[in-house]
Design a binder for this molecule. Structure first.
Ligand code: ADP
Ligand code: MG
Length: 353
């Protein structure tokens, strides 16, 4: 395993800059996930770490050594692509051993390393099969096996679960996490799915439009998002974000542009009249007789919880309760945000206050 340092990295295609100076320091053995909307530059950055894209500015170092001009095959990394890119005319065993054969490793060593990887991934019984005779999940495992046999310093994954159905994705998520716990190899993993990021990563890089919006642990991103974008991107269902201002006539409170009123944290030091965005996660709102009166718009039971979209003034606010509630559209509820879990953002800049 090795550290990966990305320092002020830029990427341009012609005159168009798509990465604008990205800084990420990844520790040895860390599992770091790059997450963000489609087109924000995740794959480009990963491919630059792999050496598949030229670096327009800044530096990438692996294990403390700058690799800007080092060929991909000399970087001691292994990459797993979304498409898996298995060789259709080769068996699972041949696919997994391919890179070692290319490197002219001794036959018995190839057999041993393929065997070990197959055992870790539960592929022992499938070694003689061809990719066309495997399920999507099995192919995905072969692609990972091919990376594992190389015993690289760093694994690079680009959306490896995107082609799998929802149930298999959840299963593979936990398998990849267990794999990391066992091998302890540094992993840089790209996904657009924030749940994947939250469930697997040691630390998460949230990207947007070629910038890093925040780099932190899942808990840091969940509890203290640095801006409105991260607040809205991390968490499911998403955080309620309501525009309005601080009112200080008497007890300080938040007044939404749509007219609704919500409580503020005690000792809230935001100056009166300031335009803010009020953030509260659906799971941090209780039903409480002493709360704010709202009207139910839509009820969405998931089984584990009931998600209720309510109308407050002219805004919608989602409330999530960890139980099955029998409420209907047009019912009236009284809701109470957990006063310690309120997030305030500047309405102009979107930055956390
Ligand atoms: P992501 O993986 O986050 O979806 P990408 O890294 O693939 O995003 O792309 C980032 C941006 O770079 C996009 O705007 C994309 O259109 C652009 N881009 C990627 N590859 C090329 C290329 N070969 N030539 C020109 N633009 C590219
Ligand atoms: Mg991509």
């Amino acid at each position: 395993m090795a550290s990966v340092d990305v320092r002020k990295v830029r990427k341009s295609y012609g005159h168009v800059e798509v990465l604008h100076g990205v800084d990420i320091d990844i520790q040895e053995g860390e599992f770091v996930i790059l997450v963000g909307p489609s087109g924000c530059g995740k794959s480009t950055l990963l491919r630059m770490i792999a050496g598949l894209e030229e670096i327009s500015g800044g530096e990438v170092a692996i294990g403390g050594k700058v690799v800007n001009d080092v060929a991909p095959k000399l970087r001691d990394i292994a990459m797993v692509f979304q498409s898996y890119a298995l060789y259709p005319h080769m068996t699972v065993e041949a696919n997994m051993g391919f890179s070692l054969r290319l490197a002219k490793a001794p036959k018995d060593e190839i057999k041993r390393r393929v065997g070990e990887a197959a055992q870790i991934l539960g592929l022992e019984k499938l070694l003689d099969r061809y990719p066309r005779n495997l399920s999507g999940g099995q192919r995905q495992r072969v692609a990972m096996g091919r990376a594992i046999v190389r015993q690289p310093q760093v694994f690079l994954f680009d959306e490896p679960l995107s082609n799998l159905d929802a149930k298999l994705r959840v299963q593979m998520r936990s398998e990849i996490k267990q794999l990391h716990q066992r091998l302890k190899t540094t992993i840089v993993y790209v996904t657009h799915d924030q749940i994947e990021a939250m469930t697997m990563a040691d630390r998460i890089v949230v990207m947007r439009d070629g910038h890093v919006e925040q780099f932190g642990t899942p808990l840091e991103l969940y509890a203290t998002p640095r801006n409105v974008f991260v607040a809205g991107f991390i968490g499911s269902p998403g955080m309620n974000l309501i525009e309005g201002r601080i009112n200080q006539d008497g007890q300080p409170e938040f007044v939404a542009n749509g007219g609704g009123r919500l409580p503020l944290p005690p000792g809230c030091a935001v100056e009166p009249g300031r335009k803010v965005i009020y953030g509260i996660r659906p799971e941090h709102i209780a039903l409480d007789d002493a709360g704010v009166d709202v009207e139910v718009v839509v009820v969405e039971p998931t089984g584990a919880e009931t998600q209720i979209i309510c109308r407050i003034g002219e805004d919608d606010i989602m409330v999530a309760q960890r139980e099955w509630l029998t409420v209907d559209a047009h019912d009236r509820l009284t809701i109470k945000p957990d006063i310690d879990k309120i997030h305030l953002f500047d309405a102009e800049t979107g930055e956390r206050i």
